[in-house]
Design a protein around this ligand. Structure first.
Ligand SMILES: NC(=O)c1ccc[n+]([C@@H]2O[C@H](COP(=O)([O-])OP(=O)(O)OC[C@H]3O[C@@H](n4cnc5c(N)ncnc54)[C@H](OP(=O)(O)O)[C@@H]3O)[C@@H](O)[C@H]2O)c1
Length: 280
């Protein structure tokens, strides 16, 4: 069975910002629901709402939760309801926050590198940067994904890190960015981050979004012991952190849910066409 890499952490020990899953309790995660009874002045029967109260069929909420804004209304006329759990939900918000808030992306100027570029967050980050007229390169783990990124999403370049090998990512980036990288949207950490350091421009910005390469102690997708060992060592690092000093890089880890202050801006920009603009 395949599992979201980050969910593995919740299965084992949780994080400092969220506790582990509990036995015999509903799994956590975003949900969309329809209001079927209401005494609230803010929500009426038939409204659709988004909340993070576990995957379940029914939920009774109270004023305190509404007060702390952990429940928000969604507008089903803007997009299909499922979009509010993807492009207009955590996935989209994470990409948006990382690019625009953490890295202050400069339209039609910045060169942008995205790892896990064909994943949920990565593919949105790639498309947003492209819509803003940036040069965008993505890293992913198969030729089919490379093909999708370049020929369907319109990225300037993509490469298969499994095929070229972790030790050659620096070289690949060097070729792809003759003038250096301004923004690195990091979903994986490890060797990708190390290779990005080697190619960042002075005053470059790095959004530390995830460390997928470190979530699993063993990557079962590698068949031989040798490949597994290579995968493990690829998760270590970066060993060249000193470049962050000499290149005056800005690195910032972030969690999407700390940025509800821009929720209104995000909803407006993402649903008014930002996600649908033509960039080829
Ligand atoms: N900071 C936040 O607020 C926030 C919010 C949501 C998600 N995240 C993080 O953002 C990252 C992406 O999330 P997502 O939901 O978009 O994930 P996703 O769609 O499940 O993508 C994960 C991808 O990571 C790649 N991968 C797996 N092992 C790897 C390795 N050893 N080295 C490099 N790549 C590897 C795989 O793609 P390939 O086959 O192409 O390698 C996999 O499909 C995760 O780290 C997640 O924890 C952060």
């Amino acid at each position: 069975m395949s599992i979201d890499p980050f969910l593995r952490i919740y299965m084992v020990k949780g994080t400092r910002f969220a506790p582990p899953f509990e036995l015999n309790k509903p799994l956590d995660g975003g949900c969309i629901g329809e209001v079927i009874k209401s005494k609230s002045s803010q929500f009426k029967v038939g409204d659709y709402v988004k909340a993070n109260f576990g995957w379940r069929e029914y939920w009774i909420s109270n004023d305190a939760q509404i007060e702390e804004k952990s429940i928000s209304k969604v507008d089903p006329t803007l997009a299909p309801l499922s979009s509010f759990l993807g492009l207009l939900g955590i996935t989209g918000m994470t990409a948006y926050v990382g690019l625009f808030k953490i890295c202050s992306l400069h339209e039609r100027h910045d060169t942008v590198f995205v790892s896990s570029a064909a994943g949920g967050v990565g593919s949105v980050a790639c498309q947003l940067a492209k819509i803003k007229g940036c040069y965008v390169v993505g890293s992913c783990g198969s030729d089919a994904k490379v093909n999708w990124l370049v020929n369907e999403l319109g990225m300037d370049h993509a490469f298969n890190y499994r095929k070229i090998g972790f030790d050659n990512i620096t070289e690949e980036l060097n070729r792809a960015y003759p003038n250096g990288i301004d923004i690195y949207f990091d979903n994986v950490g490890g060797k990708h981050l190390e290779a990005a350091f080697n190619n960042m421009n002075t005053f470059g910005r790095i959004a530390l979004c995830g460390t997928t390469s470190q979530y699993n102690s063993e990557d079962m997708t590698y068949s031989s012991k040798e490949d597994q060992q290579r995968s493990r060592s690829a998760s270590l690092g970066p060993a060249n952190l000193s470049l962050a000093v000499s290149h005056r890089l800005k690195l910032q880890g972030f969690i999407w849910s700390d940025h509800f202050d821009i929720l209104g801006e995000f909803n407006t920009n993402m649903s008014n066409g930002l996600g649908m603009a033509k960039y080829n």
